[in-house]
Each structure stands twice: as C-alpha cells, then as structure tokens.
Write a protein that binds this ligand. Sequence first.
Ligand SMILES: [Fe+2]
Length: 446
Amino acid sequence: MISSVKTSSEKSLAQLYRDVRARTMQIVAPLEIEDYVIQTAEYMSPPRWHIGHTSWFFETLLQKYKPGYTVYSSDFLYYFNSYYEGFGARIERPKRGTKSRPTVRATVDYRNHVDEQMLALLDSIDDQADELRSLVRLGLEHEMQHQELLVYDIKHLLCDQFDAPIGVAPKAAVKVEGMAEIEGGLFWLGYSEVQCRMSNVQCPINYSFAFDNEKPAHQVFLQDYALDRALVTNGDYLEFIRDNGYKDFRWWFSEGWEVVNREDWRAPLYWESHDDEWMIRDFAGLHSVSDKASEPVYHVSFFEASAFAKWAGKRLPTEAEWEKAACVDAKQFPWGPDSPNETKANLLENNLWSPAPVGSFPEGANSYGCHQLIGDVWEWTTSDYVPYPGFKSEFDEYNDKWFVNQKVLRGGSFATPQIHIRSTYRNFFHAHERWMVSGFRCAKDV
Ligand SMILES: [Fe+2]
C-alpha cells in the first residue's frame, strides 16, 4: 500500500525528503525488472527514467550547493535530464525507451547515492539556508508530480497486468445532483502567502509551498454562474457516445474534430468495444461501463470534455470559476482549512487506483454541495495556461516556458499525493492529451 506522508507542517525537511523519496520506490515496487525500461508511447517515460530523473533533479542542487561535489556520471546527466536547456545536452524524449543502460540496478544505486549526499547536505545547513531549503521543497513537489506520472505511465505500460495494491472502493454515500448557483463579483484568484499567514488556523503543509504559476493572487471579476455538483460520470458520457457524439461535428472544435477523425476516436482512452458493448480497462481489470456508470469519466481530452459540454447545453468552467467553488469563503479547501485525508478526497493515499463513485466523499463537499472537487480526476477548464498578471518565474524552465497552447486542469486525481494538492494548483496539458487522469464537470451561465 502507498503510505501517507505526515501532513504536519512541523515535519523536518529531511524527514519529508525521506518519506517522499521512499514513496516513489513504493509505487514501482510491484514492477518486474523488464517493465522498467519499456516506453509504450512517445509521451510516456519508462519507470527507470522517472526514478533516475527525480534523482538527477536533486543532483543539480548538489552540484550547486555542496562544496567539492563531483558529478556521479556525465552519462546519467545526459540520460536523466528531461527538457532543461540550461542543464546541457539530453536524450530526446521519444528515445528514453531505446536504451538498456543505465541499468535499473545502476539507476537505483545512483538514487541511493543522491539520497545519501542530500541527507548529509540537509544535515549540514541551518534554518538560514532559505534558497536551498525552498529548492529542496521544489524538488520534492517535482518528485510528487513524477509519482503521479508514474501511475499514468505504468497504466499505459501494463494496465491490469500491474499488481497494484488496490484498496476497498467506497460506495456512494449520498446522491449528488444538479448545479450549484454561485454568485459572481470580484474574486482573488491564485495563491497568497499573506492570506495563508493571516488565517487563524495553522497553514496546512499544502499551503506552505506553491508553484510560481499560482502567483500572484489577483482580483478577477466573475459573472454569476452555475457549476455541476458532480463530476461527469461514465454513465453520462455513454449517453453522449450513444447519441452519436463522436460522429457529429456540431459538438467539436475544428481541431478536436480533426483529431477524432485522424485517430478514429470513438470513446475515452482505455474504453474497449466488446460485442458492441463498451468496456473500461483499468488497474483492476475489464469492466462493463454499466458497472462503472456512477464513477467519474476520465482519460478524456479537452476536446472530448468540451464536445460533451456543448452536447449537454453547458460549457466547461473557467479556472477562476472552478477555484472560487473550491475555496468558498477563502477556505483553503472545499471543506475548510484542514489538509486532505482519506475521508475527504480520493488521492494517492486512498490506494484506489481509480476514481470513486460520485457521492463517495460527502465530507469533502463545499458549502454549495459540489462534491469531489479535490481528488478523483483532474478537471479540464476552458482557461488557457498563461501567466497570471505580475507573474515572476522562481525557477528557470520549470513552469514559465510552458505558457503557450495548453489548457489548465484543476483539483488533483486519485494519483495525486495528499500533501501535493491545493485549490490554487494549476496543472496543464495540451487539448488533445488524455493518457493522464483527466475528467471534468460542466458549468453554465445564469
Ligand atoms: Fe521532471
């Protein structure tokens, strides 16, 4: 089982480092050695690459902050760099699965070496080393992003052949229906340290860090709007398919329609047609859609989410509309200021390896009755991934170079670690991508 990382903000950085690094290895533990090096699509990475790349990230800190540190291997720097121009030459992404070296054993040795050096470095610094401490925290958030990517990539690689430690799925405890009408007006969008410091409760660990792309908080104006209380389910989505949704150009953006035809899309990724019945393959096996009708649909692209919304006479929310719903009354989370736990949201520590039925987490609802805003599936928004007004990059090439041609998703998924998610968190993917855990809920003008 994936264990939880304690959420106390008092936890030392070294302990957080140990826990987060250990969890990556917990996720890959059921893999066989052959699984680590295979690349099944250009957009996924072999698990061996993830465990080395997350170590490479920390080795860049060792090179800068540890006096006399010598690089472990220049070959590793080449193989495990992802996309950082500033850190030199690197293997092209689609070729990560074309090399059998470094071996898995050598990669794990590298990982252990980096851990030993990093823990010694953390032991040697004092509380004044703010720059390094914040970079280590960034490195841990980066590692948690890769933990989630590992779940996507292992699914693409093995799906139900992977021996995932799946826990018992919850049952829907309440019926969730209709749309919440939410009053517009001026809204502070984005992360604010001041707001966090001013709150009269202890700031949850999730809010003791934020990526630069969530800042600065700034005022935006929202019209009144309505937002689905529930995520769109497989059952809802099947109706769209049965109504010829994938065959009717009227629901699709031109670019989406092109992809539908070019890729011959007829359903979400991981849906399979058997004897004219739609089935869904996931970590637990092959299921008929009717058995999963009340679970949120996922592995849909922005194009598919938008087409469904148009077919349904609705639209996708903007990220500001989503965020306002997720932190009503300036609470950090839909339910209030407490960090997420297993009863409030379906995140990585729930060990479900799947979204849960709508209505499974009544404790996580907001005061408007919107459920599962946090966890289960990332939610597509209509918003372009662009910098907020006043944006300042805090780390070169991490977020700032991706501010074009991508859409924002919000809320985290069943593969997101609990301490990693915030209501202000902005994830981003291209409109056609769907191998990640991406779903949606609809909005409407009122
Ligand atoms: Fe990375």
